[in-house]
Ligand binder design. Sequence first.
Ligand code: NDP
Ligand code: HSE
Length: 441
Amino acid sequence: MTSPVRVALLGCGTVGSDVVRLLHEQSADLAARIGAPLEIAGIAVRRVGRDRGDLPVDPALFTTDPLGLIKRDDVDIVVEVVGGIEPARGWLVEALRAGKSVVTANKALLAEDGATLHDAAAEGGADLYYEASVAGAIPLLRPLRESLHGDRINRVTGIVNGTTNFILSAMDATGAGFAEALEEATELGYAEADPTADVEGFDAAAKAAILASLAFHTRVTAADVHREGITEVTAADVASAKAMGCTIKLLCIAARNTDPAGRESVSVRVHPAMIPLTHPLASVGDAFNAVFVEAEAAGQLMFYGRGAGGAPTASAVLGDVVAVARNRLAGVHAASESAYADLAVRPMGEALTRYHISLDVADRPGVLEAVAGVFARHEVSIATVRQGPAGGGPAGRGEDAELVIVTHVAPDAALAATVRALRGLEIVRSVTSVLRVEGGA
Ligand code: NDP
Ligand code: HSE
């Protein structure tokens, strides 16, 4: 057999330790698939002395000098599972410029500055693979960047954060509030001690940027993504969704838009939204991820699976390692970044969305007309209106009433302005719930 392909592993935490384990357990199969054995040249960590249980690896391989490891002549491929922007960016640029292919799970870095990595890969003639960075084990980026390259993708809608999906699913199942569901997620190990990146939507926004870049052949960064988390979603919102035959999910939505003059742009956003129970994403429960792709010729495609965890993520990392190792032995490289379309990214205010709005209003003549007038002045068309007793109490003149209004599609800025104006009406006691609606509810 040919001489080994030597891997520098940067990071040996949740994902890295499972990469080591799988490399060990499947070494014969991996060697057969690649045509050469894979060997770990070294493992860079922060604490060499950390107890790593029964990890099947020679302790002498550990180092606290990632850059020194990357620069070694006997390193062919660099696998980065440390995370964060710096120093990871510096390490990967060094590796790629030196012609060493990189496999990374680092969504934060790819979404912040993927361009620098792609440029370094092109400069060094190296491969940059990052399947694990979005939706963990789910084969998704390879289909977007290879299988669907003969097609035209119009929209990608996904549940790409397992922690928030667990929380929202728990709220839906039990009627719990956000804080209670987060506590359960933390106890069960789904949410991290600091859950900010997940619950505020930063993690999903990074993944949305990566998906949009691949789907639309356009460089999209995390800063281009409109981001709202789930901390404001209440038990009342969830109940309101249920009453409409819907559920609430944190969605990442990347859409191609064409204006009346035929000019194309993209909008990329992450926010909670109501979707009908009949939507394919509605049944994605627990901490699972799923991504729904709509393409011109292929039609609708659904990708589903585990979006996090050591072994599922390591599976995606190793798939990439096999691909880049094979390329190396064949003396070829994968196609470089495809960003030729260079579409403009629209601000959120211009994205076309629909709102579900619940209001407590005074129940007296002319109220419906006043409320409808606000929508009309903002050029927002109402799709449905339902009136019932406020807070479940008896309806009648002199009592408050609840109005539930669902709009047709309108620019998000017009919808937001409508809600602001409603809050200012004397007859509106309170706006109890505002949620975007996706998927034809
Ligand atoms: P962990 O925090 O579990 O592990 C990080 C590893 O990096 C540790 O081994 C740590 O060393 C090492 N490390 C940290 N700082 C340095 C440094 N300055 N120099 C050298 N080594 C360092 O992270 P995860 O395994 O959870 O995540 C790794 C990457 O994978 C991240 O980019 C993450 O976003 C991504 N990812 C993670 C998923 C998951 O389910 N966990 C899912 C999908 C992607 P030490 O062991 O000594 O502490
Ligand atoms: N924190 C992420 C999630 C996992 O909850 O899905 C890593 O992408």
